[in-house]
Design a protein around this ligand. Structure first.
Ligand code: PGA
Length: 250
């Protein structure tokens, strides 16, 4: 696992932008796995800027998002569909037909999950998966004690995740309890993974991901077994990493 230590949120976003933009320059028809949440907002802002200023071309890119709340219609401002369109898709030239986000309103959720994994496979698999990390070390909505072998599936959100995400809703009770999420296996099949972490409240999760035992208790720890995983952490998120973990690039 490669660790990039960034001085700030801004620098973390720049490092992530270099990786994602580089991927698209090298392979214009890349398949990207994308994440929502506060952490990747800077990355999306930068990618939009690179598109608008020097024409980074997304016309051949295919995207698959990690997750969506169950019962959330795409036009709902709290949906991840809405987030992705507002922060990214509406401002770049990814073709609408190449955008894929789990359908939170699917009538048959297991069938929709199976179809999602099949679609990823049919596009040749994910070249580069962007991840955030939860305070409980979740990736996607794969909460502690997830089965590592799970592919895209229905998940119940942890109380900690519900509390963390309540900031986007009027009341904590409004946070959906269930979501569709790519599973750990789906994520591990991506050829390259880059996880972004910012802020002191992620420090324990980052430590568990990088140096803890590989265990479903800390889902992100599985990335230690990924052949091409990079963690970009700002100083606050890296605060609990022991010195010997910080031998990567600075
Ligand atoms: P955040 O969420 O970027 O809003 O902190 C990350 C996550 O829960 O995976």
């Amino acid at each position: 696992m490669r660790i990039i230590l960034a001085d700030s949120y801004k620098e973390m976003s720049i490092e992530a932008t270099k990786i994602v933009a580089g991927q698209i320059y090298l392979k214009p028809a890349s398949v990207l796995g994308l994440a929502t949440g506060s952490t990747p907002e800077g990355l999306y802002d930068n990618l939009v800027a690179v598109h608008k200023t020097i024409g980074l071309d997304f016309s051949q890119v295919t995207t698959f998002n990690l997750d969506e709340y169950i019962g959330m219609a795409p036009e709902n401002p709290q949906s991840y569909h809405y987030f992705m369109h507002r922060h990214f898709f509406d401002q770049v030239n990814v073709r609408p037909e190449n955008i894929h986000i789990p359908d939170g309103c699917a009538e048959d959720v297991p069938a929709a999950c199976r179809a999602y994994d099949k679609l990823i496979q049919s596009k040749g698999g994910i070249d580069l998966q962007v991840l955030g990390i939860g305070r409980n070390a979740h990736i996607g909505f794969n909460e502690p004690d997830v089965k590592f072998e799970a592919r895209t599936h229905k998940v119940r959100l942890d109380d900690e995740t519900i509390q963390a995400n309540a900031r986007f809703f009027e009341e904590e009770e409004d946070v959906p309890r269930y979501a569709i999420s790519m599973g750990i296996k789906t994520i591990m099949l991506a050829r390259r993974v880059v996880l972004l972490a910012s802020g002191r409240e992620k420090a324990e999760a980052v430590r568990k991901a990088v140096c803890g035992s590989v265990s479903p208790a800390a889902p992100a720890s599985i990335l230690q077994l990924h052949p091409d995983a990079t963690i970009i952490a700002d100083r606050a998120a890296a605060a609990e990493l022991p010195e010997d973990c910080l031998t990567g690039e600075e």
